[in-house]
Write a protein that binds this ligand. Structure first.
Ligand SMILES: *[C@@H]1O[C@H](CO)[C@@H](O)[C@H](O)[C@H]1NC(C)=O
Length: 235
């Protein structure tokens, strides 16, 4: 509880807004190897149209390179299925990575969050999130434990937040807009055209891999997740 309170005061310091942590009530968490990430947005900060309960998906921006976006959930774009990868030691030291399988035969694509001094090419105050072939960033990045609020412990002190931004993506020209997922480090302001989002893990099936896959689920870690995040209220 103490760390939660500290976290709340940190958030209000960072954003200068009335502290309101968007913590979904931890009702009936389960465990699963596979999970999707669902965005929860404080109603007072939501976009128009709403992006509350949109799913973490990706758009192609080059060979084995994707940018993280939120999309309205639909059967066509159900969202990407992720798994946390690493040994027990790596779990303990925060050196797991968040992987999703892509391409054919399936290969591991890691989630890479730009560091505090790396910035989006188009938006020099924003840190991009890529989903590229390879291992990606540690689940605990730059000491900020970015993924922990969604994956492990709601009360962990995260130093930053995910944000959803109404952005251009150069690969698609300057007339198309996407809701990209960016990262905001502690002490930074949520950029204009962006709203803070909480990404909540929703349990999903981690499909069996074909025999010729490059990816492996041998080191997939059980994560805490929820069955139907869209039905969860945020308090
Ligand atoms: C998953 O973790 C194992 C154990 O550390 C490692 O050997 C493997 O390379 C990791 N996979 C990826 C895609 O990083």
């Amino acid at each position: 509880m103490r760390s939660l309170l500290t976290f709340i005061s940190l958030v209000s310091l960072c954003f200068g807004a009335p502290a309101k942590r968007q913590t979904p009530s931890p009702k009936k968490p389960s465990e699963s190897l596979g999970f999707m990430l669902i965005a929860k947005v404080d109603a007072s900060k939501d976009m128009n149209p709403s992006i509350h309960n949109w799913v973490f998906s990706t758009i192609h921006v080059g060979a084995a390179q994707n940018v993280a976006v939120l999309t309205a959930p639909s059967t066509k774009s159900p969202g990407r299925v992720f798994y946390e990868n690493g040994t027990a030691e790596q779990v303990a030291s925060g050196e797991t990575t968040i992987i999703t399988d892509g391409a054919s035969p399936p290969a591991p694509f890691g989630v890479t969050i730009q560091g505090p001094r790396q910035f989006d090419q188009t938006y020099p105050k924003e840190h991009s999130i890529y989903v590229n072939a390879g291992p990606g960033s540690f689940a605990s990045i730059g000491g900020s434990a970015a993924w922990y609020p969604t994956l492990r412990n709601w009360q962990d002190e995260g130093a930053g937040t995910f944000a959803a931004c109404n952005n251009m993506v150069p690969y698609y020209g300057d007339t198309n807009r996407f809701i990209t997922v960016q990262y905001v480090y502690g002490g930074e302001e949520v950029p204009t055209d962006c709203v803070p989002v909480t990404l909540v893990a929703q349990c999903a099936d981690l499909d069996e891999l074909p025999a010729d896959a490059w990816a492996s689920h041998q080191f997939a870690v059980e994560v805490r997740c929820y069955q139907e995040v869209s039905k969860m209220e945020i308090s």
